[in-house]
Design a protein around this ligand. Structure first.
Ligand code: 4AD
Ligand code: MG
Length: 478
């Protein structure tokens, strides 16, 4: 019998002495003899050995970096030190065309910037193969985590008529022809002729709809694409990203903080266990990058060491008010080193402040809570003090905010007053307000930006390198 395993299974349990058929892409072809093959199923490669006297030279000429092969032969022990086994090839086929000369991915180090320009080919590199296998494992761990705890996955809509975050950073969805300028009598755009007969956008968050389901199924979560038209050209922002949003009936803020920590630690622990090869490769990549950097810009820990640290240590819980005091007294603030000096209570925190707290002051993930009401979204529960809300942000080293969440305002009167203050018409969210009219209860939820999690877990430094096809201002090529 001829087996045709993927390279991952060959490495897991090498079928020594068996005849195998392997289909994979050529990494390198050395000395007319050694073909290094990858099929992307694992970080490991397979060494195939050919005796060039046995093959048509014209055929072997087509065996070049990037070409796709089907090879057949016996798996034997390898005499060389690089690998334990190798495939002794006696049949070889090149499956399709491949222009080796023009192939952009030569076997040498390419910059991540260059690879972004060939995002259709970059998954073939070792680094991106590792990132996307890791991304898959993290996504599947997300579902396992919630499933094991009795949460239901709710598919919230992608096209919505509401702005959950109230920030107005939305992409409009329309089938009206370009230049359509119909207006209502009041001079507003007239959407009655549009597909949905109302204004619609791509969702910025599934939270509001998740809340409706938490009021029925108790524990739910969403995991889907989210869109933000914010013009933030940073290494942490995407216009299209994936968000995970659990929503839990009867949970108050401290319980939500516990859930957030348990959740992130669970998925990272899972990756440490099941993506050991990928993480070893990415750990080494980060170490190499670091060696090029000046000492003060190097990561304080290796990738795997950092992940183990986060998995094994409690996150620090700090109120916004305490954080402002720490920042006000901090050396960079006193020496005028912050771009945005921290003068007093009430200001929003910038990423430089978040990173100071996490990376310099506490040296571990931090959960900041009880923010000023007027810098947070309308749905967050007002505290007794009348000026702060039960918000929490989880801040991570090297990333900044990875999670944003809150206990929700379940009191109809308080919520209505807040919406009025924030100029959110009740008519636009009548269905949301209904949950506060019928069987309202305390509940809480948060949103984790999936790419920020993958960024942290992979040790990559730009969010564009952890999503297959990044959408950012001015960029939607692939
Ligand atoms: O803090 P945000 O805006 O919170 C919400 O959307 C809430 N509705 C969540 C909830 O309570 N259910 O976003 C949540 C997370 C951020 O912490 C960040 O990790 C990520 O989403 N995020 C982005 N990730 C990539 N690119 C962007 N432009 C992002 N904006 C937010
Ligand atoms: Mg936020």
């Amino acid at each position: 019998m001829i087996l045709s395993p993927d390279i991952r299974s060959i490495h897991r349990d090498p079928p020594m002495g068996e005849r195998l058929v392997v289909r994979a892409w050529v990494r390198t072809f050395r000395n007319d003899r050694f073909i290094s093959l990858s099929d992307g199923s694992t970080a490991s490669l397979l060494q195939a050995v050919v005796d060039h006297t046995q093959f048509d030279p014209e055929l072997l000429r087509r065996v070049a970096t990037g070409a796709c092969l089907e090879v057949e032969g016996r798996l034997t022990e390898s005499p060389a030190s690089g690998q334990k086994f190798e495939l002794q090839v006696d049949r070889l086929e090149v499956l399709g065309d491949s222009d080796a000369e023009k192939y952009p991915l030569q076997p040498k180090k390419h910059s991540l910037e260059f690879l972004r320009e060939i995002a259709h080919l970059r998954p073939r590199t070792q680094t991106f193969g590792a990132v996307f296998r890791l991304r898959h494992r993290l996504a599947s761990a997300v579902h396992r985590f919630f499933d094991e705890r009795g949460f239901f996955w709710i598919h919230t809509p992608i096209i919505t008529g509401s702005d959950a975050e109230g920030a107005g950073e939305m992409f409009r969805v329309t089938t009206l022809p370009p230049g359509h300028t119909a207006q209502t009598d009041e001079g507003h755009p007239d959407f009655s002729q549009d597909f949905f007969e109302r204004e619609t956008n791509l969702t910025v968050s599934g939270q509001l709809e998740a809340e409706l389901f938490a009021m029925a199924l108790s524990k739910v979560y969403t995991f889907g694409p989210t869109f933000r038209a914010e013009n933030s050209n940073t290494a942490r922002h995407l216009a299209e990203f994936w968000m995970i949003e659990p929503e839990v009936a009867f949970a108050e803020l401290p319980e939500l903080m516990g859930l957030a920590q348990e959740f992130v630690q669970y998925v990272l622990r899972d990756a440490l266990e099941y993506c050991a090869d990928e993480l070893a490769l990415l750990d080494q990549r980060q170490a190499e990058e670091d060696r090029q950097k000046p000492a003060d810009q190097r990561a304080p820990m290796g990738l795997i060491e950092k992940l183990k640290f986060v998995v094994n240590n409690d996150f620090e819980r700090v109120s916004y008010t305490e954080a402002i005091e720490i920042l006000r007294q901090s050396p960079p603030n006193r020496k005028g080193k912050f771009q945005y000096p921290v003068e007093g209570w009430g200001v929003d925190l910038q990423s430089e402040h978040e990173r100071y707290l996490v990376e310099k002051h506490f040296g571990k993930p931090v959960i900041l809570y009880d923010y000023p009401a007027n810098i947070k979204a309308f749905y967050m529960r007002l505290n007794e003090d009348g000026k702060t809300v039960r918000a929490m942000d989880v801040l991570f080293p090297g990333i900044g905010e990875i999670i944003g969440g809150s206990q929700r305002e379940e009191r109809l009167g308080v919520l209505s007053a807040k919406m009025e203050q924030f100029h959110i018409p009740e008519a636009s969210l009548w269905w949301y307000l209904d949950t506060r009219k019928y069987g309202s209860c305390p509940h809480s939820g948060f949103g984790l930006g999936f790419e920020r999690l993958v960024l942290f877990a992979s040790g990559m430094s730009n969010i564009r390198d952890v999503i297959p096809f990044p959408r950012t201002p001015g960029n939607a090529e692939f």
